[in-house]
Write a protein that binds this ligand. Structure first.
Ligand code: SF4
Length: 297
């Protein structure tokens, strides 16, 4: 299920922190993923991950992370979750993501995590420590309100209901945790019923933010994988996708504008943030609040 590889470097600088949860650095301890999401962009050929369903574990990750964090001239938020799920099935035994979080705490860096793994709950203790000095943002990806649908499109990931429960538990522990509602798939998860259902559930769960995308991305590699899955699980839908999207990279759902309006209206009514700027500000504000209460001002 996994193989070890050696890494030369782990932490890279990002180009636009304001565009993605304030992440100033990126870190990927794992490559490849066993969750099997039918739309996974990380399968794209441009990333050169051979046999994506086998997890490549950077065996020397913690040594390199420690060295790289120690040598940084300034601290910042380190994002993880781009090329694999940092809470994939290997993490339970290997605990490399947990080890990296301990290092981020030691060197006073913040963290931004994107995951579908409910194992993130295990690390509440360290996330809480990091929250005391730096921004922490956890993004739980949930794209289907209905568990039966999530089982079909994200077959090996925890069910949507379990992810919502993890979100609840993290927020109750004071960890800033919201939802990534992306991608939305034409004729599968783009209905008003699904979007309303996700927002309703998020509201019940006291979620502070939802960040959406009204469509998906397709490139060589992930396009073929999606189409193979559409043929198996949604017979006939591939033709509609091909006619609608051709070889486009950005593939918005046909009703993107009206769905976005619906989404914004409902989030506004529920007091849920959805703009990237306000989401980042929310994470920064929490640190300020904690520090203010610590000093008793
Ligand atoms: S969890 Fe993320 S990396 Fe893993 S298969 Fe799903 S989309 Fe891809």
């Amino acid at each position: 299920m996994f193989k070890y590889i050696q890494a030369k470097s782990l932490i890279s600088k990002t180009k636009n922190p304001a565009g993605w949860f304030g992440n100033e650095f990126n870190m990927n301890i794992y490559r490849g993923c066993t969750h099997g999401c039918i739309y996974c962009d990380s399968r794209s050929k441009c990333y050169h991950v051979e046999n994506f369903d086998e997890i490549h574990v950077k065996e020397n990750a913690l040594k390199i992370i420690e060295k790289e964090l120690a040598s940084k001239k300034y601290t910042g938020v380190v994002g993880t979750g781009a090329m694999s799920d940092p809470y994939n099935v290997c993490e339970k035994k290997l605990m490399l993501t947990r080890g990296a979080l301990k290092l981020l705490d030691k060197f006073k860096f913040g963290v931004g995590i994107c995951t579908k793994g409910i194992m993130v709950k295990r690390d509440k203790d360290i996330l809480s420590k990091i929250s005391a000095h730096s921004p922490v943002t956890i993004c739980m990806t949930i794209t289907a309100a209905n568990d039966a649908v999530s089982k079909v499109i994200e077959p090996n990931a925890p069910l949507s209901s379990a992810r919502f429960e993890a979100v609840r538990e993290l927020n109750e522990a004071g960890i800033y945790t919201g939802i990534l509602m992306m991608p939305l798939l034409m004729d599968i998860t783009d209905s008003p019923a699904n979007i309303n259902g996700l927002i309703d559930r998020a509201h019940e769960t006291n979620v502070p933010f939802i960040y959406p995308a009204f469509g998906l991305s397709m490139r060589d590699g992930n396009r073929e994988y999606l189409y193979k899955n559409l043929d198996e699980k949604f017979p006939g839908l591939r033709v509609k996708y091909q006619q609608c999207y051709g070889s486009s990279y950005i593939c918005n759902i046909p009703e993107a504008k009206s769905r976005k309006n619906l989404f914004m209206k409902k989030c506004n009514a529920a007091g849920i943030k959805y703009g990237m700027g306000e989401i980042i500000e929310g994470a920064q504000q929490r640190v300020k609040n904690k520090q203010t209460s610590f000093w008793g001002n």
